[in-house]
Design a protein around this ligand. Sequence first.
Ligand SMILES: [Zn+2]
Length: 83
Amino acid sequence: MNNDSTPYIAIGNDELGDAVPDDAGILCMRCGGAHKIEYGKNEAGEETRILGFVRCGEKAYVVTVDGWLVFGSAIEDTERETS
Ligand SMILES: [Zn+2]
C-alpha cells in the first residue's frame, strides 16, 4: 500500500438507510446512549452534510453520508430521554 495515498472509505447506496432529520440523535453502537450528530466542514469552513459522525469516548464513528443513515446505525427514538 502506498503510504502517500489519501485514506478513504467507500459506502454503497445499498449500505445506506433512512434519511436522518437535522436534529436527530444517534443511538451509540458502543455505549447504547444517544449522541448528537456532528458534521464535518468544507474548505470554506461551512458545515457540510457529506459526513456525519458521533463521538463516544475518544472515538468518532461515521453514522451518516449525505444525510442518509449508514447501515448499522440507528436514529434515537425521540420518545426517549437523551442521556
Ligand atoms: Zn456512545
